[in-house]
Design a protein around this ligand. Structure first.
Ligand code: AMP
Length: 197
């Protein structure tokens, strides 16, 4: 089964992806994590992306599509994956559809974590305060505002893309973490067994 977790920065995609990874045994594919690893490892790719990420803009589509294409060929993705933070543009979504079709697979569901934008800023500020050691360079209030603007401009249009494909499901992302996880579980139980791969 291939799932996309969808929502603005701070909506809890990563948290829910980890829960799904544990419960379904599907790997969490977070392009943000992969890019941060590349930066930490000092690779050419990391160097190329650091400045763009630090100010909260999107790295080029071909970079993230290339990373995901490589990742999908690893054995643990054989039964599907949970996509977290990818796709973020229509071009990425179209590339993902092609990549999966080429592997005899498809996206089964896109789960939107619906949240209140203003509350997101507060939630991220709390995250920064509570984990001062884990502060990301792109977790400053100014960068967060830009990340939300980029989300609205480039990523939110994907909601219609997936709604038109009949794959969009929405859950209340403002609910407590276990409740969000249980809403997602209910949605997945209703996905036809034939497409669970
Ligand atoms: P995230 O951890 O998902 O919030 O991603 C952190 C940053 O990595 C983003 O602000 C972007 O600069 C970059 N990034 C992650 N995923 C993508 C993507 N699918 N497309 C473009 N840029 C991305």
């Amino acid at each position: 089964m291939n799932l996309i977790l969808f929502g603005p920065p701070g909506s809890g995609k990563g948290t829910q992806a980890k829960i799904l990874q544990r419960e379904l045994g599907l790997p969490q594919l977070s392009t943000g994590d992969m890019l941060r690893s590349a930066i930490a490892a000092g690779t050419g790719l990391g160097k190329q992306c650091k400045a763009v990420m630090d100010c909260g803009n999107l790295v080029p589509d071909d970079v993230v599509v290339g990373i995901i294409a490589e990742r999908l060929d690893q054995a643990d993705c054989g039964d599907g994956a949970v996509f977290d933070g990818f796709p973020r543009t229509i071009a990425q979504a179209e590339a993902l559809d092609r990549m999966l079709a080429g592997r005899g697979s498809r996206i089964d569901a896109v789960i939107e974590l619906k949240v209140d934008d203003e509350a997101m800023v507060g939630r991220m500020e709390t995250r920064v305060k509570e984990n001062p050691g884990a502060i990301r360079p792109d977790d400053t209030p100014e960068t967060l505002k830009n990340r939300l603007a980029v989300y609205r401009r480039n990523t939110a249009p994907l909601l219609n893309f997936y709604r038109e494909q009949g794959k969009l499901k929405t859950v209340d992302g403002m609910a407590p973490i276990p409740q969000v996880a249980s809403s997602i579980r209910s949605i997945l139980e209703n996905i036809p067994a034939a497409s669970r791969r």
